[in-house]
Design a protein around this ligand. Structure first.
Ligand SMILES: [Zn+2]
Length: 122
């Protein structure tokens, strides 16, 4: 691994973005999806691993391993996108507005809304 690669990867981590070309993350993702887990929200085959709380919140709360399996939830693309839009982004806006990261992590973990559970409410 070149020094340049490490630097770019570290920058992405600091920004809280998924670093899909990061070796550790890629291996973790492959290992967890290898068992063909169902989407936690709708039961369809999962294609993604969703961080709950969102990765950038975990970083802001000084979590030691933001890619630990305890934070990762298998979801299909549609449910992952729904959670990102309706749960993650509002929390990250509150973080950017100065709210406490650990409190926002707690809020994220008790927010169990899914694309399915609110479909008829929207
Ligand atoms: Zn789903």
């Amino acid at each position: 691994m070149s020094a340049r690669y490490r630097t770019r990867s570290a920058t992405r981590r600091a920004n809280g973005e998924h670093s899909y070309d990061d070796d550790a993350w890629r291996k973790q993702r492959t290992r967890m999806l290898a068992t063909d887990p169902p989407c936690e929200d709708c039961g369809a085959p999962a294609t993604d691993l969703d961080h709950v709380p969102p990765r950038r919140l975990l970083i802001a709360a000084d979590t030691s391993n933001v890619d630990d399996p305890i934070w990762l939830h298998p979801r299909c693309k549609a449910c992952h996108s729904w959670r990102t839009m309706h749960v993650d982004l509002p929390l990250l806006r509150r973080l950017d507005a100065g709210e406490n990261a650990e409190q926002l992590c707690s809020d994220a973990m008790v927010d169990t809304r899914t694309r399915r559970s609110v479909r008829h409410a929207e």
